[in-house]
Design a protein. Structure first.
Length: 141
């Protein structure tokens, strides 16, 4: 999770999107892919960037854990699929995040949607201050 938080610091600043980092690990803990917001595309989210580095039919995803510094989005204006939908399509069974998305841009229900679909979701609120720090420019700090 700390690596995901560190990746968020690489994000080009934006006034219209959060700075987020994501790490996908296999069942043995091996890092399969990483990504951060706006890594290669100004509209890309961290989870989207990390998932794009793997084949959608990669069987390792069915036993993977996706770590994100922010709760995966459940709605997007810039893309047809939210990160929540991309995670479900990739069949990732476990998602861990540090900071529940505040309603600055949209009302996020990513954790609830994932849980409702049978994904194990773990929130690590003790790391939320680190994720918020990468977004101080949006939070007035």
């Amino acid at each position: 999770m700390r690596e995901a938080v560190e990746l968020a610091r690489r994000c080009p600043p934006s006034t219209t999107a959060f700075s987020v980092g994501a790490v996908i690990t296999g069942e043995d803990g091996e890092v399969l892919a990483t990504g951060w917001s706006r890594e290669a595309d100004p509209r890309a989210h961290a989870e989207e960037a990390a998932l794009a580095k793997l084949s959608p039919v990669d069987e390792r995803l069915t036993r993977a854990t996706l770590y994100s510094s922010l709760e995966p989005c459940s709605r997007r204006a810039s893309r047809p699929l939210s990160c929540t939908r991309l995670i479900l399509a990739a069949r990732v069974p476990r998602v861990v995040f540090a900071w529940r998305e505040p309603s600055l841009f949209v009302d996020c229900e990513g954790a609830e949607i994932l849980r409702g679909a049978g994904v194990e979701v773990i929130e690590m609120p003790h790391l939320a201050p680190l994720a918020r720090a990468a977004n101080a420019h949006l939070l007035g700090g």
